[in-house]
Design a protein around this ligand. Structure first.
Ligand SMILES: Cc1ncc(COP(=O)(O)OP(=O)(O)O)c(N)n1
Ligand SMILES: Cc1ncsc1CCOP(=O)(O)O
Ligand SMILES: [Mg+2]
Length: 519
């Protein structure tokens, strides 16, 4: 999975370049600019074509002469050479119209690259309008694919465009997966199929993302009473561009963008005979995400059955030590600990045998029996089920191997690690018994590719997920940091070192419980 930037390190002052066609009724560049402005970012905009359209169709279309497009790109390049210019972090390419403009855009990007700009590139391959009119000449598709797709970090076709670009049928989820994987061969780093036009009778609106390393469906709510909201495809691609410009990994940018599309449709207003997406003001720091707009993510088909996992008996799991032996479990529950994890790793120089794991897990469950203790078993989900543990803790990679339905059927709780928007969306599909957020601070107990998130990010997660799941913060947490985290509203803090490496583990545990439980 991609690394993620810390939410507290996102950029809010980068600039974006939008290239596309105008639409007097609100889609195209007009829609793109609304997204950028809702987030308080700065955009340069280069017009490639002028369209006359409404929700009844396209009545006129003029593609600009390529020289005019190139001249606009040169002006942007000059603006960017000023000392007070904000760095160009991302480019969104929308409607281009013909191959002359495609060539001009390619040259413009090369010029910007020569000047040292290294923006991310998001291409919305605008080929056909929703009403059916072509917005790119038929003989220009090859130019779009050969000249621009290889530069793209993401391409965002809708259903018709995916079918058109791959010449494949896209009637089922399997068709979409196949066609999307096929389009990856164009050289783009990733593809996002915008699924607004797929399975329109469904209560869900599902998009499919594919890259070399990661494939998933992203599932959002559909709003059937908001028909044909204008410019949502543009909104999606532009929102991805904004989040990319802020430094988010592409998958996280896509999850955030999906929240913006849902928000825009949920708040849409009918103006002049057509629904217009409405974002309102959004904080560039957390995009003012509302959980009702937050998507679910799954590598399985969007209609796959979701597990129904047992709930924890509380939203506040309290001080949560993570330990590596039954002895530690016993010692700490004797000190008043009520939530604890047995973490027996097998990737060590002297890994435990299967029999040893079996014996230890059975013994840990036995030690907790009849004592109202929430004992979570890390990784070894089959043994946890076998011995009737209260719960299991799994990381994101573990989720691919584990049988989540078997865990649910056994009545076992499941806590899931997360480090990013993508992983929270993945966890949300599973509807886990708790969500762990980490690393909050740097940790010496585990090699982590993730940047520590800090207290401000925990506060944002609490605000986003409040009441939905018990939340657990982990990574480098000691007494002082637990005090700082308490104000975030999180219900639990997990730790290894602060207890198991403490000079006096009894005193350390007592103090942590005291601080956490103090009103
Ligand atoms: C409470 C809690 N949060 C996160 C983790 C990490 O789990 P995972 O990502 O599976 O890594 P390992 O612990 O297996 O190395 C955890 N164990 N507990
Ligand atoms: C297992 C794990 N997962 C995320 S951070 C971490 C280690 C936490 O240990 P410590 O409390 O010593 O930083
Ligand atoms: Mg694990």
């Amino acid at each position: 999975m991609n690394n993620v930037i810390s939410v507290s390190k996102i950029q809010t002052t980068e600039s974006i370049l939008l290239i596309g066609g105008t639409d007097p009724s609100g889609a195209g560049l007009q829609s793109d600019l609304r997204v950028v402005h809702a987030l308080g970012l700065h955009a340069y905009s280069v017009t490639s074509a002028v369209t006359a359209q409404h929700n009844t169709g396209v009545s006129d279309l003029g593609v600009l002469n390529a020289a005019h497009v190139k001249a606009q790109l040169v002006s942007v390049q000059k603006a960017l050479s000023n000392v007070d210019a904000r760095p160009l972090a991302a480019i969104k390419i929308g409607m281009l119209g013909d191959e002359y403009v495609i060539n001009a855009v390619r040259e413009g990007i090369e010029l910007l690259r020569k000047e040292g700009h290294a923006p991310r590139i998001i291409i919305d391959p605008v080929i056909v309008a929703s009403s059916g009119e072509r917005l790119l000449t038929a003989d220009s598709e090859i130019a779009l694919m050969s000249k621009l797709f290889p530069l793209a970090d993401v391409i965002t076709p809708n259903l018709d465009e995916l079918a058109q670009l791959t010449q494949m049928s896209v009637d089922t989820t399997r068709d979409i997966e196949r066609a999307t994987h096929c389009l990856l061969a164009s050289g783009a780093r990733s593809i996002l199929l915008k699924g607004g036009h797929f399975d329109v009778e469904s209560e869900q609106s599902s998009d499919y993302f594919s890259s070399e390393k990661l494939n998933f469906w992203l599932i959002g709510k559909r709003w059937p009473d908001r028909e044909n909201v204008r410019g949502t495809g543009c909104l999606f691609a532009t929102a991805i561009t904004c989040a990319s410009a802020q430094g988010y990994a592409i998958a996280d940018a896509i999850v955030l963008a999906k929240t913006a599309v849902s928000r825009g449709i949920r708040q849409a207003e009918s103006i002049g005979g057509a629904y217009q997406a409405r974002l309102g003001d959004m904080s560039p720091h957390d995009w003012s995400v509302d959980y009702q707009d937050f998507p679910l993510m799954t590598p399985e088909a969007p209609d796959a059955k979701r597990p129904v996992l047992a709930r924890c008996d509380t939203l506040r799991l309290g001080i949560y030590p993570v330990v590596d032996s039954v002895e530690w479990v016993e010692k700490l529950i004797n000190e008043g600990i009520q939530t604890i994890q047995l973490r027996l790793k097998t990737d060590t120089d002297t890994p435990p045998t299967f029999e040893e794991l079996d014996t230890q897990i059975e013994a840990a469950v036995e030690v907790c029996r009849g004592r109202d203790i929430r004992l979570f078993i890390n990784d070894h989900w089959e043994l946890a089920i076998k011995h009737g543990a209260y719960g299991i803790h799994l990381g994101q990679e573990d989720l691919y191997d584990a049988d989540i339905h078997a865990i649910a059927e056994a009545g076992c709780r499941l806590g899931v690690s997360t480090h990013s928007y993508t992983e929270v969306a993945r966890a949300s599909w599973i509807n886990p018994s708790y969500i762990a957020l980490g690393p909050i601070y740097a940790t010496t107990s585990k090699d982590m590719p993730w940047v520590p998130q800090g207290v401000a990010a925990v506060k944002r997660w609490v605000d986003l997920l409040k009441g939905e799941y018990p939340l657990v913060a982990i990574g480098g947490i000691n007494l002082e940091r637990a005090k700082a985290l308490k104000s975030s509203g999180i219900g639990s803090v997990a730790m290894i070192t602060a207890i198991t490496k403490a000079e006096d583990y009894r005193a350390a545990t007592k103090k942590l419980i005291e601080v956490w439980e103090k009103e």
